[in-house]
Design a protein around this ligand. Structure first.
Ligand SMILES: Cc1cc2nc3c(=O)[nH]c(=O)nc-3n(C[C@H](O)[C@H](O)[C@H](O)COP(=O)(O)O)c2cc1C
Length: 186
């Protein structure tokens, strides 16, 4: 079988982001036969005048990002929760990739995870994402849920996830994502 190609996105641009650390952890736990490229959500603010119906107006950085996602068999999104919802920067990224019959998000398998120093593990951000997944007919792998609470206690000084149970769950989630891609190919 060819190597499966995934794209990983962190919903936080913060240098010491727990979510970026979690994404890096995920890239060490990939199932056999999977490679993951990490891409950035850092795009200009969405402006529909520069999107559909005149896709030629899209900023070059958006075109490049759409190409990267188009080539991906699946996405891994690891994000904080901002004000009980999806961070604006990540939602902006989603919006730039959401329009047109060639939207790279349509029908895409996706695994969503989140980390927060708080107690609720990004659950409200993850629930908010269900609406996005529904509109774009994405194929979220819902179980196991990865809700890393008290993230400030879950990584060592080198950025390694030290919660063994969480690590095992991340591995299981990534396996489920691979299964979802294989199912979709059938
Ligand atoms: C604008 C903003 C809104 C936030 N809202 C929430 C929230 O609703 N729930 C939560 O658990 N933490 C919230 N936090 C705290 C974040 O979970 C915390 O800053 C976390 O470290 C961000 O993720 P990161 O480490 O990947 O950057 C918020 C932080 C910011 C900056």
């Amino acid at each position: 079988m060819d190597t499966m190609h995934w794209v990983g996105l962190s919903g936080s641009l913060r240098k010491d982001s727990y979510n970026t650390l979690l994404l890096k952890t995920a890239s060490t736990l990939l199932p056999e036969g999977v490679a993951m490229e990490i891409s950035s959500i850092d795009l200009p603010l969405y402006n529909a005048d520069n999107d559909m119906p005149i896709a030629a107006n899209r900023p070059e950085v958006v075109n490049k990002s759409r190409e990267i996602l188009t080539k991906a068999d699946a996405l891994v999104i690891v994000s904080p929760e901002y004000n009980y919802s999806i961070p604006g920067g990540l939602k902006n990224f989603i919006d730039w990739h959401s329009r047109g019959d060639d939207s790279p998000l349509l029908n895409k398998p996706v695994a969503l995870m989140g980390a927060t120093p708080g107690m609720w593990g990004t659950v409200r951000m993850q629930l908010a994402f269900n609406q996005v997944f529904q509109f774009l007919n994405m194929k979220p792998v819902l179980k196991p849920e990865i809700l890393i609470a008290q993230a400030n206690t879950k990584f060592d000084e080198n950025g390694n996830l030290i919660d063994g149970k969480a690590k095992e769950l991340v591995g299981r989630k990534l396996k489920a994502l691979k299964e979802a891609v294989l199912q979709l190919r059938k």
